[in-house]
Design a binder for this molecule. Sequence first.
Ligand code: ZN
Length: 156
Amino acid sequence: MRTPKEVEMISFVPAKLKDIFEKGRDYPWPKPEACPRCKDSKIWGHGFVDSYFDGFTGGLLLRRYRCPLCGCILKLRPCDYFSRFQASIDTIRFSLSHRLRYGRWPPGLSRSRQGHWLRALRRKVEGYLGRGWKACLIEGFDYFLARGINPVSRSM
Ligand SMILES: [Zn+2]
């Protein structure tokens, strides 16, 4: 059970998936000096989260920390990937710009997944930036990305 005080935070850090895969629990994840939420306490290791990424058959172990003072849980994730997405940001952007430029998907990726990215991007760009951006979806992708917002997620 999660107590009401518990808050989850995500920190995106540079990390090579191949190294995480090979080193497992021995991968040298960075450890923040203090809790990012209350800034008042050291944080402790709090196990790992199994996460799936394209190109790896099994899950990769991502580091998790917990603050004993405020209860905040900090999850580390590779910064080249959006939360809950298995394809890298570069791959997603490449797929979408290929589709928008040539009218077809690049080979090698699931079409349904790519279609989901495009629909989500269109919805987000038109919904938040306006219909004037309709012909500039990749510019919209970059606009959101530059602001730390996932351009292809359902939510803001
Ligand atoms: Zn804290």
